[in-house]
Ligand binder design. Sequence first.
Ligand SMILES: [Zn+2]
Ligand SMILES: [Zn+2]
Length: 378
Amino acid sequence: GWFLPGLLACSAKGCLLSAQTVRVWLKRDGGQYWPSVFHTMTVPCSCMSFNPETRRLSVGTDAGTICEFILSEDYNKMTPALTYQAHQGRVTVVLLVLEMEWLLSAGQDRSFSWHCSESGQPLGTHRTAAWVSGLQFDVETRHAFVGDQSGQVTILKLEQDSCSLVTTFKGHTGHVTALCWDPGQRVLFSGSSDRSIIMWDIGGRKGTAIELQGHHEKVQGLCYASHTRQLISCSADGSIVVWNMDVTRQETPEWLDSDSCQKCEQPFFWNFKQMWDSKKIGLRQHHCRKCGRAVCGKCSSRRSTIPLMGFEFEVRVCDGCHESISDEDRAPTATFHDSKHSVVYMHYEPTSGTLLTSGADKVIKPVLPVVTFLTPPA
Ligand SMILES: [Zn+2]
Ligand SMILES: [Zn+2]
């Protein structure tokens, strides 16, 4: 079956990709979207990027080409402009950086490349560890953030025709499925099929990485509302989580290693010597999510949410930590919404405060509970 590989909205207009057509939807009075112009492609579309200032729409395809269109001022006409021969195989992400006149893209051929968006000429290319599923760019420092299927995020410093590897972020146990960069706070968010989101605090310069656990299924999309400092994430089960990022969050502790419970000192099952010496039965090792101590089941029988550590669901904590967590500490820092379809793509448009989702059911929905929750800018 076909799917909706992309969805973009700019103030009152909507833009949509479906299998082999690119469709523009206009938002009419009353909030309904009506179909406007569409273009039929010769090959299936796979991703897109839209620049509202220039009304330039870049559409990646299964054949490795990127086709660019200019939309008329009234959004009733789309004119083909440029075609880039960018990749061997499906284009997975595309991003127009107007300030640099660069079109960044990555493909299933495991390459990341950038082209001059004025001439269409290739400028440079970089081999990636796996195929890329998330791409963001920081204009100020010219860093590209490239998230791939191996679970890592590669940071590349781009020059006009060369690039250098700055570092890689490794924190996910599954694929990186989405990236979101906030240039104001200088924070990068990565979402993964391991159901977690990691906030990489680059601006803080301390190497802080904060985990956010609020999804039961793989995370498929991320958007950041910078004016309200809210992160919006969606997952395959249709849930949308709106995270308050205007709170001081804490890193989760490293898990400590021990041969015996760090509370009651009973030996763990592999500690034969102590089991023999003290004639005690070996116990299974668990870890308290708050302090990271290695504890036995009996000393960690309680569960709690720890919202400031990103645990919006109840997790195992040791008895001491359970007592130290107050009701105030348990106040949720996120709200949960059900979009009632498996979201494959999501777009947040800050000027109107509209969140649009497209699902595996091929339906596009404005998500009202989230829109009401998100405050549009004054
Ligand atoms: Zn114990
Ligand atoms: Zn503890």
